[in-house]
Design a binder for this molecule. Structure first.
Ligand SMILES: *Cc1c(COP(=O)(O)O)cnc(C)c1O
Length: 367
């Protein structure tokens, strides 16, 4: 019986750093400080240094990072926010939580990322759009030069959704430093993952990051006195300590992901599968290795029979889901959602595992 392969394995990430994580957890438990203590302050400093960002505010999860980031940018009721529909629902639920309305932009056929030309058209048609949330999906950076040109021209703010792109770069510059603010999730299966929920907002402008720090704790500038309406969205000391351990390993793990992705690309060449696009100058961090085929469900069932369990990110575009239904016309988005399949790729996977997946795919689709 061969080993079961899945699209993610957070326990393998824990085991790979077990003694360091156990030591960090014991240190926090013995410290007596469990919320907003020295571990969070250190993680915020270290993650800001990693990004080369002006500042970082830890929050409770990635959804809150998007919501509080948008609120810090002044987004609220009566505003519209443009984003894509082939993302996790969280991107959209965060926009709705600010009181703003989501407006969906179609994606590029090859990269499956926000189409800057479509964004231009939407911005021209909808003057109430005050912010744009591009999503660096699967670890591939969006075309930020084109997106920023479109948003600046219209006076809209930009918040990058970096939840799947910790360490991704465009011409050597790391994502999370292009927009006015950027949002990260540290959900356990992300490239930088906690062992529970966590998230962060990063930004170059200190006043914006400080505003997120107000909003994440009841709007308090002084303890027990709310300057504005905030809420509870805190990143706790245990998760912050675990994230410090994982951050130190992030580049090594991303390099491992890149090696596996190169093996997939070579091993699947010549099959009918559409392989991930990689435009020049962009450094992919391979949160997901996503192939496309109109026969996606058949391929998925075939791989299941080989004990290879693949995810579909995401089967239903957000504008087709009951909670967020809209009559938007997004042909590329709908085509992508019907065709995408994530092959197993994470730090717990080895080169032999990739070879096994490639062999199983070739058996289904002999070249
Ligand atoms: C995971 C994710 C989020 C939400 O993060 P949570 O920590 O689960 O709230 C938002 N956007 C994208 C693209 C994600 O992958």
């Amino acid at each position: 019986m061969s080993k079961k392969l899945c699209s993610a394995d957070p326990k393998a990430s824990y085991l790979a750093a077990q003694s360091e994580i156990d030591t960090a957890v014991a240190r926090v438990l013995a410290s007596g400080a469990y919320i907003h203590g020295p571990e969070l302050a250190a993680f915020e400093r270290e993650f800001a240094a990693y990004l080369g960002a002006g500042g970082v505010a830890g929050v409770a999860n990635g959804t809150d990072a998007i919501e509080l980031g948008l609120r810090a940018l002044g987004i609220g009721a009566g505003d519209q926010v443009a984003t894509v529909a082939n993302t996790v629902t969280a991107t959209v639920s965060a926009i709705v939580a600010t009181g703003a309305q989501p407006v969906f932009v179609d994606i590029e056929a090859d990269t499956m990322l926000m189409d800057a030309a479509a964004l231009e058209r939407v911005l021209r048609a909808e003057p109430a759009i005050k912010a744009v949330v591009p999503v660096h999906l699967y670890g591939l950076p969006c075309d930020m030069a084109a997106i920023l040109a479109a948003t600046r021209h219209r006076g809209a703010r930009t918040l990058e959704d970096c939840a799947q792109a910790h360490g991704s770069k465009i011409d050597g510059r790391i994502v999370g430093t292009f927009g006015d603010l950027s949002a990260f999730s540290f959900y356990p299966t992300k490239n930088l993952g906690a062992l529970g929920d966590a998230g962060a907002v990063a930004g170059g402008e200190a006043a914006l990051v400080e505003r997120v720090k107000l909003l994440r704790q009841y709007g308090w500038r002084t303890r027990y006195v709310s300057d504005e309406h905030g809420r509870n969205s805190r990143l706790d000391e245990l998760q912050a300590a675990i994230l410090r351990v994982r951050l130190a390993r992030l580049d090594r793990e991303n390099a491992h992901r890149a090696r596996l992705a190169a093996l997939y690309t070579a091993g699947l060449a010549g099959t009918p599968l559409q392989l991930p696009a990689l435009p020049a100058g962009r450094t992919h961090t391979w949160h997901q290795f996503v192939v496309r085929t109109p026969l996606r469900d058949a391929l998925r069932a075939h791989l299941e029979r080989h004990d290879i369990h693949c995810s579909v990110l995401y089967p239903a575009p957000v504008h087709r889901q009951p909670a967020y239904r809209q009559a938007a016309t997004l042909p590329q988005t709908e085509k992508a959602c019907a065709e995408v399949l994530s092959l197993p790729l994470h730090p717990g996977i080895g080169e032999d595992d990739v070879a096994r997946v490639c062999a199983a795919v070739r058996e289904w689709a002999p070249a």
